[in-house]
Design a binder for this molecule. Structure first.
Ligand SMILES: Cc1cc2nc3c(=O)[nH]c(=O)nc-3n(C[C@H](O)[C@H](O)[C@H](O)COP(=O)(O)OP(=O)(O)OC[C@H]3O[C@@H](n4cnc5c(N)ncnc54)[C@H](O)[C@@H]3O)c2cc1C
Length: 293
């Protein structure tokens, strides 16, 4: 059995990763697989393990900087995986590939509150769990109940949230070589109009403050304890600073943006420059939130 016989059209070779990252950079990978069922994913993982192939999991690619040199291995996109949302009472169950915007709309339609914080985060549920994504005072750990994962031994398990070691923009899922398949979110009954107003307000705040008109991966750096990365970068005199096609956003200094056909190298060099300047000026070591492959 090979990838093509399992996935048909959903197995591509030589696919450009720039088509699958919000930074809009990234060269070709050997295989780009988009399984839509758990069985397809398990069969693909068997081939990967038997062949000892290099692989990397993609959600919506909104927190990934892929190298222009490409990836000499298999990319598994989870955006098509278990693409459904259901609910029973105040518990929503959704597949790993479902977008956070869809889940927040679904929650709103069903008068469930608690997920509004995630409405403008352009990721998938799987990626948001791995990153413990958060915004405006909320984060995934506040609403997650259980997560269904494919384990490296091929078994499928539901894990309770305390098993995921969730912290600021981190979990133990990647270190455990697990793949998120689906999750249950525990929300609270609320008023649909109030939830809708909250979503609108947060989306407006995002488009006012963030450079959504440019490709990026959101906040490039984690929040250093006691500081804000954007403020440090601004105070270091780097607002609008450009390196090749990459730039520090004028609108929000915490965002490195693909200003004008940036290469992955432009972005990486700019990130290193920012880190160096902030360290030299303020003695603060910025840590990248964006995952590089
Ligand atoms: C404009 C913009 C605004 C943003 N705002 C925010 C914000 O407010 N808050 C915030 O926290 N983030 C924000 N982000 C970053 C990003 O959207 C989040 O980190 C998001 O959760 C990533 O989800 P994704 O599906 O795109 O994951 P990806 O970027 O595809 O992957 C992220 C990591 O998760 C892993 N992964 C993805 N899916 C799975 C899976 N199913 N199983 C196992 N591993 C998986 C990948 O290997 C990778 O290590 C923003 C990004 C952009 C571009």
């Amino acid at each position: 059995m090979d990838f093509k016989s399992i996935l048909g059209e959903n197995c591509k070779t030589g696919e450009l990763l720039k088509k699958h990252t919000t930074f809009k950079v990234g060269g070709e990978c050997d295989y780009f697989l988009t399984p839509v069922t758990e069985e397809e994913l398990s069969l693909c993982m068997d081939i990967i393990k038997r062949g000892n192939l290099k692989y990397y999991i993609f959600g919506k690619g909104s927190n990934i900087l892929a190298d222009d040199k490409g990836y000499d291995g298999v990319i598994i996109s989870t955006v098509g995986l278990n693409n459904s949302i259901t609910h029973e009472g105040n518990i929503i169950e959704a597949g790993a590939g479902v977008g956070l915007d869809k889940i927040s709309d679904y929650a709103m339609e069903n008068s469930l509150t608690g997920f509004e914080f995630a409405c403008g985060i352009p990721g998938s549920l799987g990626g948001a769990i791995v990153m413990n994504a958060g915004a405006y005072g909320g984060e995934m750990s506040n609403v997650l109940m259980e997560v269904k994962v494919l384990c490296p031994d091929g078994s499928i398990k539901w894990k309770v949230v305390s098993e995921l070691d969730l912290g600021y923009r981190k979990s133990n899922i990647l270190a455990n070589n697990e793949i998120v398949l689906a999750a249950k979110l525990k929300l609270v009954y609320g008023n649909r109009d109030e939830i809708r107003a909250q979503i609108e307000d947060l989306n407006n705040r995002r488009s006012e403050k963030q450079p959504l008109e440019y490709p990026s991966a959101g906040s490039t750096f984690k929040r250093p304890e006691g500081y804000f990365a954007g403020k440090l970068i601004d105070d270091a005199g780097l607002r609008g600073f450009r390196l090749g096609g990459a730039a520090v956003s004028q609108k929000h200094c915490g965002f490195v943006i693909n200003y004008d056909n940036a290469s992955s190298d432009d972005i990486k060099k700019l990130i290193e420059h920012i880190k160096r300047e902030v360290d030299e000026k303020f003695g603060v070591k910025l840590e990248c939130e964006v995952r590089m492959i």
